[in-house]
Design a protein around this ligand. Structure first.
Ligand code: ASP
Length: 360
């Protein structure tokens, strides 16, 4: 049968137009990856406005905004996700409000034993430290281990020795000491019928008086810090730093430095930083589990985070939360406690800061 050439041409033109319309629609439907994204937590737990008080609340909100500023400054200049993570975590480690670096909680024998980890999603390289006592910024030591040693994790005295040789800044016990964490330790030890250790060397022998409101709030003992970032090259990274849990047994290691539990990053899926009762996060491999759901089951980041935190962690009896980011710019947080200090921002968007459940 002979085809009518005009009709054929019309048909072809029609299909070409339909195809190009489809392509245009597709471009509109798939949002471009943001230039950068950042999410930060400062610990999760039982938090309510009344106990916290307006001044403390304002102070934590300001700290979260300052943390976003630090990360944004790195990422807007085209800096790497790794650099942004380190800049933000270091700032929070130096802020005595948080349970990381200065202001860390004490072990049952009155020491600050710090844990931290960092992971680069581009290379799957990771560095971690556990039980260190004399490094000013544990996240910097974790990064030095990743970059300058053949290992992933160093602990205790060996980690400190490596840090000294690598030129990582040291600090003595007095730097980490805060009165409110010390009083919190004393209270917890009394409740458990355990002996109260001597105050650390270099610290005033007399307790500094604290406001009753400070102590009421301090009883809740939160403040682990963590950051996830996406940079303009499309790479993700995660970092977390903590003093652990108040009155923990000497030598206890939490989830933070365990790669895949409290900290994980992989450009194929996502970057996650966690906070909460570490034992549960270790048992569930929380951070890695979220990334696996994204990579292997194709779940959206929020859905994957909720599956692990709201369903699995809750079912096991654990408490806490996470922040996470994907290489395509999804940002999520999920927590099963009444609060989590948190902040997020995506290039071109406004900063979002929250503390209590029910906030955006
Ligand atoms: N996850 C930390 C730990 O168990 C503590 C916390 O996040 O509050 O060491």
């Amino acid at each position: 049968m002979r085809r009518n050439p005009i009709r054929l041409a019309t048909l072809l033109l029609g299909s070409a137009l339909a195809l190009s319309a489809c392509a245009t629609q597709k471009q509109v439907a798939a949002p471009a990856r943001p230039a950068w994204a950042l999410a930060i937590h400062g610990g999760a737990g039982v938090m309510d406005r009344e106990t916290m008080g307006p001044e403390t609340e304002a102070s934590y909100r300001a700290a979260m905004h300052a943390a976003l500023d630090r990360g944004r400054t790195v990422l807007e200049k085209g800096g790497t996700a790794m650099d942004a993570v380190v800049a933000v975590v270091r700032g929070l480690e130096d802020d005595p409000q948080f349970n990381a670096g200065k202001g860390a909680v004490f072990t049952a024998d009155g020491r600050n034993e710090l844990d931290a980890a960092i992971m680069d999603g581009a290379t799957l390289k990771a560095g971690a430290v556990a039980g260190i006592t004399g490094t000013k910024n544990p996240i910097t030591l974790a990064r030095a281990i990743m970059e300058k040693s053949p290992h992933v994790m160093l602990i205790g005295a060996g980690a400190e020795k490596f840090g000294q040789q690598a030129g990582v800044e040291q600090a003595d016990a007095a730097w980490f000491f805060t009165e409110r964490r010390w009083q919190s330790l004393k209270k917890t030890l009394k409740e458990r019928g355990l002996p109260i250790p001597a105050r650390p060397a270099g610290v005033s022998t007399e307790p500094v008086p604290l406001a009753a409101a400070d102590m009421a709030f301090e009883d809740r003992k939160y403040g682990t810090v963590g950051v996830v970032a996406l940079d303009s090259a499309g790479h993700v990274a995660a970092g977390t730093s903590t003093g652990g849990t108040t009155a923990k047994l000497w030598g206890r290691v939490g989830d933070v430095p365990i790669i895949g539990a409290g900290t994980y990053a992989n450009d194929k899926s996502c970057a996650v930083s966690a906070t909460g009762t570490g034992e549960y996060f270790i048992r569930l491999g929380v951070a890695r589990a979220i990334c696996d759901l994204v990579e292997l089951k194709g779940m959206g980041l929020q859905q994957a985070a909720d599956e692990v935190i709201q369903a699995r962690l809750t079912a096991l009896g654990g408490d806490g939360g996470i922040v996470a980011v994907t290489p395509d710019g999804q940002v999520a947080w999920s927590f099963n406690t009444s609060g989590m200090y948190r902040a997020r921002q995506v290039a071109g968007g406004e900063p979002v800061v929250g503390i209590f459940k029910g906030e955006p």
